[in-house]
Design a protein around this ligand. Structure first.
Ligand code: ADP
Ligand code: ADP
Length: 217
């Protein structure tokens, strides 16, 4: 059970620049891998590929040989959950926090992530940092094997950041969830991750083109 990217290439549209160029990466169960790089490098895009939010233009992303995708008809959520940096964008404005969490799955919601006072609020009534914590709680309730955590504490102060990560790390370790922690904040990744990879080391230089031998979609 490994989350695997193999020679993954991706661009937005048919003619845009290649944003992800031949990236290969493995995340093992229970492992926290940090993905570091400057803003705009392509980290979120690679995270979205690993979570199956978008399909590679070339190459493969798999969990145990199967592309990560929710099986809605079988009622199975995606084994790879994605927690957004822009958490508000991931929330339906018509749903209260309580409804968002109930829809994700059954289970206890840590009050440290989502205090009771937040439960009956709607997305426009909570801050960016609160939305990020709701998003993390939602992802955990979905019972993932892997979690892509994209700048999940970027809107929190240092204390809030430490609280969220301490709680998250305890949960993922207890359940053997593999994590891809995406951040531009190298010192943060050095603290939370078992190993840190630089986006630039995963991908060919800007302007590189895939060769004709890669599997096409
Ligand atoms: P980040 O801080 O992760 O680089 P941004 O704030 O730049 O993200 O982008 C916010 C949202 O807009 C993201 O969901 C991202 O996927 C999307 N986005 C970023 N750049 C573009 C673009 N050039 N065209 C369309 N959507 C974009
Ligand atoms: P990072 O997460 O490292 O900040 P992103 O993956 O958000 O980087 O963005 C990488 C590049 O892809 C940027 O140039 C961004 O503008 C572009 N991009 C991101 N989302 C979109 C989109 N939906 N459509 C077009 N371009 C996008």
């Amino acid at each position: 059970m490994t989350l695997l990217a193999e020679d993954v290439w991706f661009r937005y549209g048919r003619r845009g620049p290649w944003v992800v160029r031949g990236a290969s990466l493995a995340v093992a169960p229970g492992e926290v891998v940090g993905l570091h790089g400057p803003s705009g490098a392509g980290k979120s895009t690679l995270g979205g590929l690993l979570a199956g939010l978008v399909a590679p233009s070339r190459g493969r992303v798999t969990v145990d040989g199967v592309p990560p995708r929710p099986d809605r008809r079988a009622g199975r959520p995606n084994p790879v959950q994605f927690a957004h940096q822009h958490a508000h964008l991931a929330m339906d404005p018509r749903w209260s926090v309580r409804e968002v969490l109930a829809e994700a799955g059954a289970g206890e919601v840590p009050a440290e992530l989502v205090p009771a006072a937040l439960l009956d609020r709607f997305p426009h009534e909570i801050s960016g940092g609160e939305a990020q914590r709701v998003n993390v709680a939602r992802a955990l309730l979905a019972g993932p094997r892997f979690l892509v955590a994209d700048e999940i504490t970027a809107s929190l102060d240092a204390i809030g950041q430490a609280r969220v990560w301490r709680l998250l790390l305890a949960r993922v370790r207890a359940r053997g969830i593999g994590v891809l922690a995406i951040s531009h904040d190298r010192p943060l990744l050095d603290v939370v991750a078992d190993r840190v990879v630089a986006f630039a080391d995963l991908t060919a230089p800007a302007g590189a083109e895939p060769d004709g031998t890669s599997p096409d979609r």
